[in-house]
Design a protein around this ligand. Sequence first.
Ligand code: SF4
Length: 301
Amino acid sequence: MPSTPCEEPRLQLRRQGYQFVSPKASAAVKPCLWCKRALCGGEMCYKHRFYGIDSHRCIQMTPTLRCTQRCLFCWRSFEHEPPAEEELPPEFIVDRLPDLQKRALSGYKPSYRVPPGKFDEALQPRHVAISLAGEPTCYPHLPRLVELLHERGYTTFLVSNGTRPWVLGETRPFQTYVSLCAPDRETYGRLCRPITDSWERVVESLGILGKRRSAIRITLVRGENDRSPERYAGLIQDSGARFVEVKGYMYLGYSRKRLKKENMPDHGEIQAFASALAGGSDYIIRDESPASRVVLLERMG
Ligand code: SF4
């Protein structure tokens, strides 16, 4: 008999590499594949290429697995969402991060595979990507959590689905991301499946981006949201965000139960879509990473 409502899903997530901050909450750390690849002296993710973030020194985490959407393309399982959890103090989460990252990388030791210098660096992470799974603005102490991370010397990227603009407005990460995965309310409802209709809130969140270092992330799903680039262009133009990342949907994790492999666009389609966005706005294509299937646009002027 599980001792807490979310024990069984947690066990499954632990097997997938999640390190939980506390048995009573869903705040967690999980290094991404790029972190491990970089640790072994391999390639780094597009965030290194675009923004100079070292993948092996990046902690991927979330303060909660709760979410306000049920996106078809999400690689997490919605069954893993905790029905209730304890809200941990932000100090507690931040204190635990280095140890959890160390534990998550415990299968790696300096060797012919892992250059010792890289290993030492990985044990001293410099960046926190609040983007693992779940919607971080559901965590009530997010503004303070981000402040504390900066006080400890980390840079931060925060990825939000934009459904809680009042929290986003109070939170000041180094770079704020808002996901824009639909050109209109109808597509948004079908693809992102918000618990309550949040289209206006997402648009409101986009409006926050012009006042800070920010990016809009578009996850392009072939046959689902890869049309009406002129409408996307209008929304990003109005937002004033500095960057736009157009990323291809990846057929991974639990999304395979909801979508098909054919929903993955190839890099040429992503480039064409990004070009159409640039054609209808003040953004230009700045860079791309075919390995990560992402194209970066930047606002001119
Ligand atoms: S907003 Fe993010 S975490 Fe929530 S369902 Fe969508 S992709 Fe998954």
